[in-house]
Design a protein around this ligand. Structure first.
Ligand code: PMT
Length: 396
């Protein structure tokens, strides 16, 4: 699958350095050429010999190792890379790269490469959330470095929180996806929404719906694999976001509206698969509402219609896609939403069908396209549906 592709892996001084061994071995199984650079501190955590054996190549640790060759190592390594992966990336290495420091084999090679750079951070959660580290990552993202975000859990130091290296399989999937995909959305910004919104009644009660986020997250995964710069605005869900996208978490429709309008400014494609609550309680009580013997009437007011707001400020060339969750008159209802919200495309799904719609891994949809074209699809996985939807979006 990756025959003829070279992945240069930079291993830095994180306790997760031992996981580099599995990453290398998974990449070798896909027939990639793997070259390894280790920082000095990483050599205290995993042996060079292990990574040398697994990669079947010499491991680079030193700028000035003997014998000197005509071909300067860091330049030739930098040129040979189809992808440069730093995994695990410590706070220190991220800080050095963000500051333009090039004082060892890894940082000089990063500085010299023109390959796509992926960074998989791994560190203590307090370090990860430190504003300096966050600022460094934000800066690197802004100059198109791709981050394979860490997960949460119990960390090596015993603390619990974010900072756990993404799984070696997830890391390899992102890298392999990049190397094999057609990169048809490279240079495009895709803004997606997913999941439900929750509208608070009081500190313990809220209004929401059954959306799990699976559909929107599958769409985000597809956009990442096509090389897009992906921002995913997600309501509260229990699933992990796809690697390689910028996730912004929101709760209410009002919050989602604000973030989506802000992020839409420079977006080329906007896809709204979130199930947004149309109404919110008129009053959100500060304290838990006490029960009484009387009936309780909850007064609701309209939430902003985010898609409608987007259509009012739509820029020329921007593609606006909605989803329609219906329980009856699928096509007629979807068509009228498409017209009302001036969409380029709407993906209509009947959420009353078994094994489809909310929560399911599969979906059965009809795609309606501006100009009148209609595509009726079979029941399929949400990932397959995402591929078809993006194929149609690319035609637009
Ligand atoms: O998350 P899953 O469990 O995987 O389920 C997937 C899904 C069923 C949620 C998804 O496939 C889907 O249909 N999403 C849209 C749900 C929905 O809110 O549909 P709607 O018909 O109410 O809204 C139409 C469109 O307007 C949607 O794109 C919606 O995001 C948008 N909208 C709705 C209300 C509102 N106030 N603002 C909006 O922008």
């Amino acid at each position: 699958m990756l025959k003829g592709k070279t992945v240069v892996i930079g291993v830095s001084g994180s306790i997760a350095a031992y996981k580099a061994a599995e990453i290398i071995s998974l990449l070798k199984k896909l027939n990639a050429e793997v070259k390894v650079i280790m920082t000095k501190s990483s050599t205290r955590l995993i042996g060079e010999c292990t990574l040398q054996t697994l990669s079947n190549n010499p491991v680079y640790t030193d700028m000035f190792s003997e014998p000197f060759r005509w071909e300067i190592d860091h330049i030739s390594l930098a040129k040979s890379a189809d992808v440069f992966l730093i995994a695990p990336a410590s706070a220190n290495i991220i800080g050095k790269i963000a500051s333009g420091i090039a004082d060892d084999m890894l940082t000089t090679t990063v500085m010299a490469t023109e390959a796509k750079i992926f960074i998989a951070p791994a560190m203590n959660s307090k370090m990860y959330l430190n504003p300096i580290v966050q600022k460094n990552m934000e800066f690197l993202k802004s100059i198109d470095y791709k981050f394979i975000e860490p997960g949460s859990g119990i960390l090596a130091c015993g603390d619990e929180g974010i900072g756990k290296l993404a799984s070696p399989q997830d890391i390899v999937d992102v890298v392999a996806g990049y190397l094999t995909s057609k990169q048809t959305l490279k240079g495009k910004k895709v803004l997606l929404t997913a999941g439900p919104t929750i509208e608070s009644i009081d500190p313990v009660r809220y209004i929401t719906n059954h959306s799990s986020g699976k559909m929107g997250y599958a769409m985000a995964r597809e956009a990442v694999s096509r090389g897009a710069d992906v921002t995913l605005v997600s309501g509260p869900v229990d699933i992990d976001p796809p690697k390689g996208c910028n996730v912004i978490r929101v709760k209410s429709a009002v919050e989602m509206n604000e973030i989506v309008l802000r992020e839409s400014e420079d977006s080329n494609i906007i896809v709204k698969s979130a199930a947004v609550s149309d109404y919110r309680p008129k009053i959100t009580h500060d304290q838990k509402i006490k029960k009484s013997n009387d009936d309780f009437v909850l007064e609701l007011e309209r939430n902003p219609d985010i898609l409608k707001n987007l259509s009012k400020i739509k820029k020329s060339g921007q593609v606006l896609v909605g989803f329609a969750a219906e329980t009856e008159n699928l096509i007629a209802n979807a068509k009228s939403k498409m017209e009302e919200k001036q969409l380029d495309m709407i993906v209509a799904n009947d959420v009353s069908l078994k094994h489809s719609g909310f929560k399911s891994d599969k979906n059965k949809a009809v795609i309606l396209i501006r100009g009148g074209e209609k595509k009726e699809l079979e029941l399929m996985t949400k990932q397959e549906l995402s591929r078809i939807v993006f194929d149609e979006i690319e035609k637009l």
